[in-house]
Write a protein that binds this ligand. Structure first.
Ligand SMILES: C=C1C[C@]23C[C@@]1(O)CC[C@H]2[C@@]12CCC[C@@](C)(C(=O)O1)[C@H]2[C@@H]3C(=O)O
Ligand code: AKG
Ligand code: FE2
Length: 373
């Protein structure tokens, strides 16, 4: 049995029975009907390729003096930014990328030995959100909550320990960075540690929970009709994403459309998740994003999905509510929220609302105008 964590219990009530198509993507000359999506709405190309388009996701050097203010502005206006000088060693990023590459290049029958069970959270399989779509995603995933040991033993009977060490080291470093970024993001709203009841200094029980999601997007003969990862918001406080040097991540920017987040050497993408959206009472909206695929190049991404201790109640922060700013969302734990997401997907955040927003805007993921599928 993989080691247990409270997060691992989140989906017991909502098992996912996706009819997984265990295909070897690389052998296909054209995409099968089961994977053929309607033409993707590419409203915006790579921002660096068009000199007339000035809008691009902010890049923030964590060592610069105004990093806090820049982070606040990015969270409010984009819900996503890239960070440089974040302190994660390049060698560790390279090791985790190479370990992920080794994992996904195993034969399908081997990978299936570590398949995620329908009501489980860890293991190999398609992203949970696939169950909401009639077409299959052009990707494979591997989710790690708690120790990867048991699953890795199934994948590599002899040399699993070296892969476990890399993952454990990566999780440890990411946990530190995620805590630091959480405080920068909350700090930019004027929130301090004493405003957050569950944020003890370093005690085990006060540590945030997390999941690591390895994503692999094989090269695709018809990328305009395939979807790597369909549009979604993350059910987290924040997510830190390392993408390999192939682009594919796109974020939805109000008034513009889909904007590509180009990989920058050594940069990490940070996006606001639904729980920070709730905590900030909608001041920092979670960002709708997706991954598109490439005709000639495969792509890897590694997402560190960070949240509070899984059974702590999250609700709009006291400091941010008042007579003119009523709390917009009801309290919920991360575990409960994951269950709600498993049931309602992109309507989960709206289902938490206790009050209509004063500005009349809907939650980003609940856009009727946006085709998410
Ligand atoms: C903590 C989690 C967030 C996540 C579900 C999970 O239990 C582990 C995998 C995460 C992920 C990664 C890919 C996109 C996503 C929507 C999905 O299907 O699995 C997210 C989930 C989420 O943020 O809701
Ligand atoms: O691969 C990407 O760029 C996006 C991955 C992602 O959104 C996720 O894992 O939640
Ligand atoms: Fe995501």
């Amino acid at each position: 049995m993989p080691s247990r964590s409270l997060l691992a219990d989140a989906f017991r009530a909502y098992p996912v029975h996706v009819q997984q198509k265990n295909i070897e993507f690389t052998s296909l000359q054209e995409i099968p009907d089961s994977h053929k999506w309607a033409q993707l709405d590419d409203e915006l190309q790579h921002p660096l390729m068009d000199p007339f388009i000035a809008e691009s996701v902010p890049v923030i050097d964590l060592r610069e003096p105004h990093a806090l203010q820049k982070i606040g502005h990015a969270c409010k206006t984009w819900g996503v930014f890239q960070v440089t000088n974040h302190g994660i060693p390049t060698s560790l990023l390279e090791s985790v990328e190479s370990a992920s590459r080794s994992l996904f290049s195993l034969p399908i029958q081997q990978k299936l030995k570590a398949a995620r069970s329908p009501d489980g959270v860890s293991g190999y399989g398609v992203a949970r959100i696939s169950s909401f779509f009639s077409k299959h995603l052009w990707s494979e995933g591997f989710t790690i909550v708690g120790s990867p040991l048991e699953h890795f033993r199934q994948l590599w009977s002899h040399d699993h320990t070296k892969f476990c060490h890399i993952i454990e080291e990566y999780k440890k470093e990411m946990q530190k960075l995620a805590r630091r970024l959480t405080w920068l993001m909350l700090g930019s709203l004027g929130i301090t540690k004493k405003d957050l009841k569950w944020s003890g200094p370093t005690g085990e029980s006060k540590k945030g929970s997390a999941a690591l999601q390895l994503n692999y997007y094989p090269a695709c003969p018809d990328p305009d009709h395939a979807m790597g990862l369909a549009a979604h918001t993350d059910s987290t406080l924040l997510t830190i994403l390392h993408q390999s040097n192939t682009s594919g991540l796109q974020v939805l920017k109000e008034g513009i459309g889909w904007v590509t987040v180009p990989p920058i050497p050594g940069g990490l993408v940070v996006n606001v998740g639904d729980l920070l959206h709730i905590l900030s009472n909608g001041l920092y909206p979670s960002v709708l994003h997706r991954a598109v695929v490439n005709r000639t190049k495969h792509r890897l991404s590694i997402a560190f999905l960070y949240g509070p201790p899984s059974s702590v109640q999250i609700s709009p922060l006291q400091k941010l509510v008042g007579p003119h700013h009523p709390p917009l969302y009801r309290p919920i734990t991360w575990n409960e929220y994951l269950g709600t997401k498993a049931k309602y997907f992109n309507k989960a955040l709206s289902s938490m609302r206790i009050c209509a927003p004063l500005n009349g805007l809907v939650d980003a993921s609940d856009h009727n105008r946006v085709k998410v599928g």
